[in-house]
Design a binder for this molecule. Structure first.
Ligand code: AMP
Length: 561
């Protein structure tokens, strides 16, 4: 593959894979790449939509002008506290106004947000912060788990971590910098000038943020998203959905996830729309959507049931568009959110590595109900390949979805070996998802048919089976472990662990959980059901037959729900 000189080479070196030169040229010419930084693009919207609402949460709201001014100050505050452009910052915060402020404030200072989650613990944070060389750690206070104490622990003997930032701090704590007051003393014009100067020094081909991959092997891979494509990814999404400054888009799932950044935060702000930042708790989210008159919402499969419930009726009056994502959509669910008149529904298939497919506005209801639409960029290329090969499948047949395009990564960060198998010889990313091309009324749509990659999708949170298996076998009584998804009416899937134990010992759930807790593993990855077996069923090539294990747990759930 021909490489351009990767951006930020001085800092990231060969760990960052550049887009091939001819693609750089193609995306530049097509206008799908705008050669400016995210902070500069945000400023365009601040200038254009100054007095329009930019963000509304349960307890706060901000106009574009306020958002622009406050995040300029935070950026200056961060720089004055010794952080430097290029420094990665771990984010462990939930959906709240300060998360938005910290995200843009960091980008404006030239820092690189790392999309870790408040739910992550030592196992995840330790690995990721070392992988990217994080220098700052932003944590939320007031959560049941003391993240400040955790951040102090993480910084101990860490080669690069040195600054702890906080949101939601009740009172000042030693050595912790609260975002709330950061840079408040700096005059608006001074802050604006400093930020503009920092942005002028950033190469748009440099990394803007790091996202995390659900992953297909042992440890989660790091996904570098560049200035040149990340904002445009969101803009293309907003344009596909015909958003304008009158759109008010609600977001319930973690805003820090790629879907949050690309379909919520950046997408809204790329067109002057308002982001209604809610939380996953629908008893809070639905009333907020009503109060803030939400017109659009992305519903992940963890909320499919909530949409089917009577509580959803309340939010319907202002709602025009519902995007469903994460799992197959039943006709009942579709009819609940699409009445062929005022309410329009579509689907999204997306991933932190890039590719988004979304139902086109004009597509017939049948296509919007049964497929995930079409890619959002003209330059997106998709191929359905026979798994493990580079042979293309004919339309209508199921194979592995592969893609290349203006916002799909050309390589994971610092993972040369993995990149060799994760991409085809001509740079198409192997998604690990099974799909087919469905032709309806002469138009081609993508339909998702399952996945090859071994993960559990727990309400949108991806759990890497191999990672959990490796952790389970470190228990002295566990000889072998196989982790599979079991269906769950609310979350879509949950984790079931099949265990072969030493001397056929039956371990309790708390034995397993205490073990994973001691290893610092995020709770959402802990198995929620255990099954003990003498040996695992094998496929004819000698691998663990997970299909049979999945069928086994489904049968058991049917027998004793
Ligand atoms: P993430 O990187 O966390 O956004 O996860 C991306 C993965 O989520 C995809 O590779 C799919 O496995 C899954 N996914 C996303 N959207 C859908 C969808 N509409 N239907 C089924 N699976 C989906």
């Amino acid at each position: 593959m021909i490489m351009t000189k990767p951006a930020g080479r001085a800092r990231w070196g060969d760990r960052l894979v550049g887009y091939p030169a001819e693609l750089v040229e193609r995306y530049r010419r097509s206008g799908e790449w705008t050669y400016r930084t995210i902070a500069d693009r945000l400023q365009d919207s601040v200038d254009r939509f100054a007095d329009r609402p930019a963000v509304i949460t349960d307890v706060a709201s901000m106009t574009y002008r306020e958002l622009g001014a406050r995040t300029d100050q935070i950026a200056v505050g961060l720089l004055d506290r010794g952080l430097e452009p290029g420094d990665p910052v771990l984010f462990q915060t939930t959906n709240r106004m300060e998360t938005v402020l910290a995200w843009y404030g960091s980008l404006k200072a030239g820092l690189v947000p790392v999309a870790t989650l408040a739910a992550h613990r030592g196992h995840e944070i330790g690995h990721i912060s070392r992988a990217v060389g994080a220098t700052a750690h932003l944590v939320e206070t007031g959560l049941p788990f003391d993240l400040i104490d955790f951040a102090r622990h993480q910084a101990h003997r860490h080669p690069t971590l040195r600054t702890i930032l906080s949101v939601g701090l009740g009172g000042a704590q030693d050595g912790v910098i609260p975002i709330e007051t950061l840079g408040a003393e700096v005059a608006a014009e001074v802050a604006r000038e400093r930020v503009a100067a920092i942005q002028a020094g950033i190469d748009p081909l440099d990394v803007s943020a790091f996202q995390l991959s659900g992953g297909t092997t042992g440890v989660p891979k790091v996904i570098p998203r560049l200035h040149v494509e990340y904002w445009d990814n969101a803009r293309l999404y907003a344009q596909r959905l015909r958003w304008t400054e009158d759109t008010r888009v609600a977001h319930l799932i973690p805003i820090i996830h790629n879907a949050g950044i690309s379909c919520g935060l950046h997408a809204a702000h790329s067109v002057g729309a308002c982001l209604i930042l809610a939380t996953a708790d629908v008893t809070q989210a639905f009333p907020l959507m009503v109060r803030a008159e939400a017109t659009d919402v992305l519903i992940g499969h963890g909320h499919y049931q909530a949409v089917a419930s009577p509580a959803f009726d309340e939010v319907r009056p202002f709602l025009r568009t519902v995007i469903l994502s994460g799992a197959k959509v039943s006709p009942e669910l579709f009819d609940r959110v699409d009445d062929g008149d005022k309410h329009w529904a579509g689907q999204l298939f997306g991933m932190s590595e890039g590719l988004f497919t979304v139902s086109p506005h004009k597509s017939p209801a049948s296509a919007r109900m049964t497929t995930v639409g079409t890619p959002i960029a003209e330059a997106d290329e998709i191929r359905i390949l026979e798994p493990g090969t580079e042979t293309e499948m004919p339309d209508g047949e199921v194979g592995e979805l592969t893609c290349r395009g203006p916002y799909t990564i050309p390589g994971y960060f610092d993972a040369p070996e993995h990149n060799r198998t994760a991409f085809t010889s001509d740079g198409f990313y192997r998604t690990g998802d099974l799909a087919s091309i469905v032709v309806l009324d002469g138009a081609r749509y993508v339909s998702i048919e399952g996945r090859i990659k071994d993960l559990i999708n727990r309400g949108g949170e991806k759990i890497n089976a191999e990672e959990v298996e490796q952790l389970l076998v470190t228990h002295p009584k566990v000889q072998n472990a196989a982790v599979v998804a079991m269906p769950d009416p609310r979350l879509g899937e949950r984790t079931c662990a099949y265990l072969v134990t030493v001397d056929a010992a039956e371990l309790s759930m708390s034995d397993i959980r205490d073990h994973l807790d001691a290893l610092g593993v995020a709770k959402f990855k802990w198995p929620e059901r255990l099954e003990f077996v003498d040996a695992f069923p094998q496929t004819n090539v000698g691998k663990i037959d997970k299909k049979r294990l999945r069928a086994d747990v489904v049968a058991k759930l049917v027998a004793t729900p």
